[in-house]
Design a protein around this ligand. Sequence first.
Ligand SMILES: Nc1ncnc2c1ncn2[C@@H]1O[C@H](COP(=O)(O)OP(=O)(O)OP(=O)(O)O)[C@@H](O)[C@H]1O
Length: 379
Amino acid sequence: MTTLSESTAAPVGEVVLEAVGLTKHFPVRRKLRDLFSRTPAAVHAVDDVSFTLRRGKVTALVGESGSGKSTVARLLAQLYPRTAGDILLHGKSTRVRGGRRFRAYVRRVQLIFQDPFASLNPIHTVRYHLTRALKIHGNAGKTSADLEQALAELLARVSLTPPERYIDKFPHELSGGQRQRVAIARALGADPEALLADEPVSMLDVSIRLGILNLLRDLKERLNLAILYITHDIASARYFADETMVMYAGRMVEGGDSETVTQNPAHPYTRLLIDSAPDPDRIAGVTDGATDRGNGEPPSLIRPPSGCRFNPRCPHAMPRCTVDLPPRLEIADRPGHWAACWLYDPQTVAKEGPGSLAGADPAAPIPPAAALHLAEETR
Ligand SMILES: Nc1ncnc2c1ncn2[C@@H]1O[C@H](COP(=O)(O)OP(=O)(O)OP(=O)(O)O)[C@@H](O)[C@H]1O
């Protein structure tokens, strides 16, 4: 008996999960002087985030620490109530808070955490963790032989073979990479359609990161999974993800196919991320926090800058960038490539000029995609 679906009938590219204008504000405790202000203070962790997860595709969500990536994952996993927006599962709005409906949801959408040590209970064996997942989600079969087979299948799926070498081990007896494989096997015990992987390799030794990403890619293909890959490392997104979206200070600033976004970045923030990454071609050499070396600091999310949130750090900022929130603007180079940036609005550029805001640098080299775009507009 096969308890888990090896290849599902759903077509590659079928939309599984959709975030629509997803927003999360965390209220912060008020200080005395705030009592007189009308709007209660809140951390604007995620604002108006929209994207789609599709079967057989990896979508990367990239941004520096504090940009709201984990909050997006937790919202999609229904661990937090959202402030606004919607989450659609196969086109249907979902809002679940615990109970039976939550279990039904997590059977289809599973979350993998950054730290496999913290996510596995140290007092329980691999067998316990996986059996529990299979039983909770009704995939343990009827007999103990069914269960043994399902356990062996799960371990084989994550290349922990032969199963008897791993099944009765405790988490501390495994390496970091093996623990993350067990955490992935546990998620697969639900036989999900979507995996939300929140920095799944950033706690692991550099030498084994590639192995885990390759495993996830193999699962994407064999199980036709929709994968959200959250990372601060844009080089790994190029390597691993079909589509890449970039977040800055709680908002999405750019999206498109990974090759285009990483090779021809349109938003000045994406450019900064790429320029400050140590070596975009050396995925195994990715270092934590490497993207935080950009010029300046991310803004306060309690009182985020008006207009484009990147404007205080942007060398190309124009007066309009401090006032109006840029919409998603299409870039001319590839279908589906967009940036929320006024550099891609010909009228604004013609009227104000890149870098015309006081303190910006009109001579700074503009992203190649903008140069291309502006050349086409003025042709
Ligand atoms: N429960 C919470 N209460 C208040 N603020 C929160 C809460 N969770 C997150 N935040 C704030 O929301 C913002 C986004 O945090 P989040 O963890 O989503 O970012 P991130 O991009 O995942 O960063 P990292 O890579 O460091 O995990 C941060 O300013 C963080 O301090």
